[in-house]
Design a protein around this ligand. Structure first.
Ligand SMILES: [Zn+2]
Length: 100
């Protein structure tokens, strides 16, 4: 199963990319599309291969991916019951005291 998939992928890569290997510049150029999942599968494969042996690009991709994940997965956190009230009261007091 896995082997068949490898062979399929390898031939697809060869057919579409023609054996060209991505260099670091190419990786950076394709980075946003790659992270969006919009990159051509053959190119994505090339990119992944490059990442395996290029620590610099691996770091760049990894950092970007994590940054995106953090931004996309973060939902506004609801404050626990009571905290919001206390916070507002404390702020109101502080503002009231400082007022004028
Ligand atoms: Zn590189």
């Amino acid at each position: 199963m896995a082997l068949a998939r490898e062979i399929l992928r390898a031939s697809a890569t060869e057919a579409r990319v023609g054996g060209r290997t991505l260099n670091c510049k190419g990786v950076v150029r394709q980075l946003s599309e790659y992270l969006n999942g919009a990159l051509d599968p053959a190119l994505a494969e090339e990119l992944q291969k490059h990442l395996e042996h290029c620590e610099d690009c691996h770091l760049v991709v990894d950092t970007c991916r994590k940054t995106i994940q953090i931004y996309c997965n973060t939902e506004p956190m609801a404050l626990p019951a009571g905290v919001r009230e206390r916070l507002e009261r404390a702020l109101a007091e502080k503002i009231g005291r400082q007022g004028r």
